[in-house]
Design a protein around this ligand. Structure first.
Ligand code: AP5
Length: 190
């Protein structure tokens, strides 16, 4: 299946994607992970993206389109994929639809993970202590949440209009959220 996971920073996209790819045996494509790896490897993309990421802003659509196009052209996506972190605004959503139309592999399910603001703050604060991610500081998290509301939240409506959106409650344990997502996918394949 070709699945997009949507949700605010800290809503659990990466966590749920990791469980889903194990169950479905498809690749996990996370633009955040790809970018953090590029920063670590000091590639030209990483060098360009680092300051933007550290400020909690979005990396430019052009850079992201190249990155995602390159990843989606690899052979392992033939069986499907779980996409996490892309698309992040309406321009990216439209670019992705166009790209997947060309490849004749449209998105089949977009799952929005809904989590309230208080849980998000708690989860990211915990991760900041455990992992020390450079964009998990209080000010940068505030900015990431603003960007999410302004630019990314409208992507939910975009997929609703396409008739592929389901909202899932992201509160509760990781296993509980995963069971809800699996339930959605089981309904979709019937
Ligand atoms: P990205 O890495 O995509 O960050 P994000 O969307 O802000 O998401 P997070 O990784 O913070 O959260 P998540 O929803 O994956 O939650 P997680 O599972 O980790 O992007 C980072 C930056 O890269 C962006 O700010 C931007 O600069 C750039 N970027 C990336 N994509 C881009 C794009 N397309 N265009 C432009 N720029 C882009 O969970 C969070 C924590 O909570 C974890 O510690 C986890 O263990 C815990 N947790 C998860 N579920 C639960 C649960 N049910 N109960 C308790 N704890 C839980």
């Amino acid at each position: 299946m070709r699945i997009v996971l949507l949700g605010a920073p800290g809503s659990g996209k990466g966590t749920q994607a990791a469980l889903l790819v194990e169950k479905l045996a498809v690749p996990h494509i996370s633009t955040g992970v790809l970018l953090r790896q590029a920063v670590k490897d000091q590639t030209p993309l990483g060098l360009q993206a680092k300051a933007t990421m550290d400020a909690g802003e979005l990396v430019s659509d052009d850079l992201m389109l190249n990155l995602i196009e390159e990843r989606l052209s690899q052979d392992d996506v033939a069986s499907g994929f779980v996409l996490d972190g892309y698309p992040r605004n309406l321009a990216q959503a439209e670019a992705l639809t166009e790209m997947l139309q060309r490849l004749e592999k449209p998105i089949e399910e977009a799952i929005q993970i809904d989590v309230d603001g208080e849980s998000i703050i708690q989860r990211i604060a915990k991760r900041a202590q455990e992992e020390g991610r450079s964009d998990d500081t209080e000010d940068v998290v505030r900015r990431r949440l603003e960007i999410y509301q302004q630019q990314t939240a409208p992507v939910v409506g975009y997929y609703a209009d396409q008739g592929v959106l389901t909202r899932v409650l992201g509160e509760g344990s990781i296993d509980e959220v995963f069971a809800r997502i699996v339930g959605v996918l089981e309904m979709a394949v019937r």
